[in-house]
Write a protein that binds this ligand. Structure first.
Ligand code: AMP
Length: 303
């Protein structure tokens, strides 16, 4: 079962070699475009890896993948206020640019775009990019406006950087599906690449929000990927999704989780809920442990 997970217990960058140069950092749109033009002039495609910082090995795997595609790599760090609800963790989201820059150096990132909020949303900013019903379900149902914030900022980053390739983690499966939808619908000439989820040794998906967990919560959190693995195997084996998801939800509560926002089998592309496994699907979960909300997902293919 563990074979379908991608474990990454090593500290970020441990298998990378230190390069001689530091990542270039730009904060303004014009400076960013000038640097991208220089990267382009050096040849090869340009790849974008959008992030909110507090970087870890999961983010690094996106940069490594981009470099393996022969691309010059621009990462962005922007804690995007538009994708946080009023009661969410925008204020306490970890901001650690100095250590992020060290990791980007190690990963061989070519450019860091780290704009201020006013650069992305100057006074008078009024446009919203919304991607229909796929953004209203699952995360969208529990975080109203979240995906409009994501697509609006990603669309802006696409226009500023005009990458050939943009890489997103499968960890945020719904986000990846929505970005693919937006890119197709708006005829954006960008190849969207999904990168498998990087996990800690116990299977917990790496996430900047794992920093919020107490030691006891971090230990208990391993029950989440275990529940996904068990449920995926049972559904693939022919068990009723409803029954197995109810049983695994109870196990998660027993393991110390406070509540579940959703634990759903859905069409892998459209995210429409599936009562039975009759097409390529994804199991998606959002669960709270203490005050921390964790999300994860796993592929479930029809037998
Ligand atoms: P974030 O900084 O959380 O907005 O994430 C930036 C990008 O990194 C998104 O495309 C995420 O899906 C991706 N990402 C976050 N965690 C992981 C992980 N554990 N494995 C792979 N990609 C990840």
């Amino acid at each position: 079962m563990a074979g379908i997970f991608c474990f990454g217990g090593k500290p970020a960058g441990s298998s990378m070699t230190l390069r001689g140069k530091s990542v270039e950092i730009v904060r303004e749109v014009d400076a960013c475009r000038a640097m991208i033009a220089r990267l382009r002039a050096a040849g090869g495609p340009v790849a974008l890896v959008p992030t909110m910082g507090a970087l870890h090995a999961g983010h690094m795997s996106l940069i490594t993948r981009a470099r393996a595609m022969g691309a010059k790599v621009a990462a962005s760090i922007f804690v995007n206020p538009k994708q946080f609800g009023p009661q969410e963790d925008f204020g306490r989201y970890p901001r650690q640019e100095a250590s992020d820059r060290e990791l980007l150096d190690l990963a061989g990132c070519d450019l860091l775009f780290a704009p201020a909020p006013d650069t992305i949303y100057p006074p008078g900013f009024a446009t919203n990019i919304a991607v229909g019903t796929i953004g209203d379900t699952l995360e969208g149902a529990h975080r109203p406006g979240h995906f409009d914030g994501v697509t609006t900022v990603v669309c802006k980053l696409f226009n500023i950087i005009q990458p050939d390739i943009a890489l997103f983690g499968e960890k945020d499966w719904q986000q990846l599906a929505i970005i693919r939808r937006m890119t197709t619908d708006l005829d954006l000439p960008i190849k969207i690449v999904g990168v498998p989820t990087m996990r800690d040794r116990d299977g917990l998906a790496l996430s900047s929000r794992n920093n919020y967990l107490s030691t006891a919560e971090r230990t208990a959190a391993a029950a989440l990927p275990q529940a996904l693995l068990r449920a995926a195997a049972a559904i693939r084996g022919g068990e009723s999704p409803d029954r197995i998801l109810a049983a695994e939800s109870t196990r998660l509560i027993d393991a110390g989780f406070a509540s579940m926002d959703y634990f759903t089998l859905a069409d892998a592309q459209t995210l429409v809920p599936l009562p039975i496994l009759d097409r390529p699907a994804r199991l998606l979960i959002a669960a709270r442990i203490g005050t921390t909300r964790l999300i994860d997902n796993i592929a479930v293919s029809a037998p």
